[in-house]
Write a protein that binds this ligand. Structure first.
Ligand code: PGA
Length: 236
């Protein structure tokens, strides 16, 4: 079973997300894979009510703080109470546009774990030269001190592949994902699942998922259309 995750980014109003959920639910009823949809904060509760557990609902970010005077932030507990059971953390857009660091993301992981949220942690690497050293350093900074009894899913999304229509060759994905698993195993003491992301669509998802080392997909643009995302969810 693979894990297929939609990242809606800052798209869809509540009404649009509800329409999506109603249609998507019918399309993935018999899906053999685990499926999650991560809409904006305001769409979590309405989507969770429609999916009723058939599709997992998640957030795209979560505060590192439990609660307090942090205007504009959303806590892990709030997300749980809205119906989210997982959160994406450390997406490259948050690193780039909101200056999130590995240190902050590590704190977010700990807070999410403490509050019973599963975590999908994005690594910032482009799969280019020096990826081994970069991954080793990042994995150490991100995962030192986290709760090792709770499973962390890692997402590998080459920055140049996000939203560009360019995907990494499957031959190039494999060594990077294997490096991530090896390095993460040293820190986490278990082998994490690794998702691939970056311009995944229904045309290339099958080939990427055919790689044994790839445990699933993180899908942005192509997840916005329920029919297209359902096709990706059924890829074996
Ligand atoms: P994309 O986005 O599928 O539109 O490239 C993936 C992501 O940013 O998670």
């Amino acid at each position: 079973m693979k894990y297929i995750v939609a990242n809606f980014k800052m798209y869809k109003t509540v009404q649009e997300a509800e329409e999506y959920a109603k249609e998507f639910k019918k399309l993935v009823k018999k899906c053999p894979n685990k499926v999650a949809v991560c809409p904006s904060f305001v769409c979590i509760s309405p989507m969770a009510k429609i999916f009723k557990g058939l599709v997992q609902v998640g957030a795209q970010n979560c505060s590192d703080k439990e609660e307090g005077a942090f205007t504009g932030e959303v806590s892990a507990q709030m997300l749980k109470s809205a119906g989210a059971s997982v959160t994406i953390l450390g997406h490259s857009e948050r690193r780039r546009d909101f200056k999130e660091t590995d240190k902050l993301i590590c704190e977010k992981i700990k807070t999410a774990q403490k509050n019973g949220l599963e975590t999908i942690v994005c690594l910032a690497d482009d799969g280019g030269e020096g990826y081994k050293q970069n991954i080793r350093a990042q994995v150490k900074d991100l995962f030192t001190g986290v709760d090792k009894s709770k499973e962390i899913v890692i997402a590998f999304e080459p920055v140049w592949a996000i939203g560009t229509g360019k995907t990494m060759n499957t031959g190039d994905i494999k060594p990077v994902v294997e490096t991530i698993k090896n390095e993460a195993r040293k820190v986490l003491k278990y082998e994490p699942k690794v998702l691939y992301g970056g311009s995944v669509n229904s045309g290339n998802s099958g080939e990427i998922l055919a790689l044994d080392c790839v445990d699933g997909l993180l899908v942005g643009g192509a997840s916005k259309n329920p029919q297209e995302f359902a096709k990706i969810c059924f890829a074996k």
